[in-house]
Design a protein around this ligand. Structure first.
Ligand SMILES: Cc1cc2nc3c(=O)[nH]c(=O)nc-3n(C[C@H](O)[C@H](O)[C@H](O)COP(=O)(O)O)c2cc1C
Length: 326
């Protein structure tokens, strides 16, 4: 496994973790690995990823991993090969965790956990073409007592360099708390590094996950959407035991508006700003009101200005963050 500058990893998140969001996060430092959004193997394999905005590289977001979803070994390998040829990525991840939307409809992502033989074929092909580190991001597979052991063997045989475990079963969706106890069990069984994931809502949570489960790194999803600077908080918390004063949120909102304008066509920039506002607003008691008012403002500039107006008059809540989607 590559040496990460810090053990904190930003999760892949569809519709958000484009290069411009990763660059926003990277300006504060502290993040040890940045993920792209989920990339469809069929599309990457059959098109020119150098022109695909989903494969963009930011200016500051290193080291950087790309994530592929699919179920055909040859297509997945072709997709990884093309991404490798771009020279933009430091690590390559295969998705075995997504259980909604397009991947679920095709039986990809977490649905493949029911087809270990197919996963073996895919990972072997991926390993054959990839020179860089190969990761899998997975949910907990359903099955009898020895399921974890069998998966650990499979992943080892296939030459997987690290595992990200989102500590929920597919059937849990986001409805029940992440099962950190399973992370502890998997850490004892796996032969490669384990990155724990699920319900880290503060720097304290991240440190506690490492201490309680023994995992080698921690991946953060929703909390990084609500606090894009959380990785620098984590860095400070772990080294000095204190938390820095949070940055002013209103200027950050303006900065993200500019980044979107720079990177995206107008319509996509508006759509992405809405997603961003949805998460940022969850830091505030009256956030739902701010969100709806900002979405109704019309164009991107008006949305940014409306949201900035609300946020500059309000106070950010303390950690832990409380995302609506649990
Ligand atoms: C908006 C959103 C989009 C997501 N998109 C992806 C994705 O593209 N690929 C993936 O493997 N997981 C995806 N996830 C799952 C996250 O990577 C992560 O595993 C999950 O949110 C649990 O981490 P958390 O409790 O820190 O949020 C997504 C989650 C959210 C909230």
């Amino acid at each position: 496994m590559m040496n990460l500058p810090t053990p904190w990893v930003m999760a892949p998140m569809a519709d958000v973790t484009h290069a411009c969001f990763r660059d926003l996060v990277a300006q504060w430092g502290g993040c040890g690995l940045y993920y792209t959004e989920i990339l469809n193997a069929r599309i990457v394999a059959s098109s020119r990823p150098e022109k695909d905005p989903y494969c963009d590289a930011g200016l500051l977001d290193r080291p950087r991993a790309c994530q592929i979803v699919g179920d055909d070994p040859a297509v997945v390998a072709k997709a990884f090969e093309k991404l490798q040829a771009l020279g933009r990525f430091d690590a390559y991840d295969f998705n075995l965790g997504c259980c909604c939307g397009m991947p679920a409809r095709y039986g990809w992502g977490a649905a493949l956990l029911r087809r270990p033989h197919r996963v073996r074929e895919i990972l072997r092909e991926a390993r054959r073409v990839l020179e860089g580190p190969l990761l899998v991001k997975m949910r907990i597979p359903d099955g009898p007592e020895d399921t974890a052991k069998r998966w650990a063997e499979l992943l080892h045989e296939c030459g997987v360099d690290a595992v990200v475990l989102h500590a929920r079963y597919s059937g849990d969706l986001f409805k029940r708390p992440a099962r950190w106890g399973v992370l502890k069990r998997w850490k004892r069984i796996l032969t490669m590094p384990l990155i724990g994931n699920g319900d880290v809502f503060s720097p304290q949570d991240a440190v506690r996950m490492m201490e309680e489960t023994g995992c080698d790194g921690v991946m953060i999803g929703r909390a990084a959407l609500m606090r894009p600077w959380i990785f620098s908080d984590l860095y400070r918390f772990r080294s000095a035991g204190t938390l820095p004063t949070p940055p002013d949120v209103a200027p950050m909102v303006g900065q993200y508006g500019l980044l979107l304008r720079q990177w995206m066509p107008q319509q996509e920039a508006v759509r992405r700003f809405r997603r961003f506002a949805f998460w940022i607003c969850q830091n505030y008691s009256y956030g739902a009101h701010y969100y709806h008012r900002s979405c109704r403002a019309g164009n991107l500039e008006a949305m940014v200005e409306t949201l900035q107006g609300f946020l500059s008059r309000d106070v950010l809540s303390d950690y832990p963050v409380r995302p609506f989607m649990m």
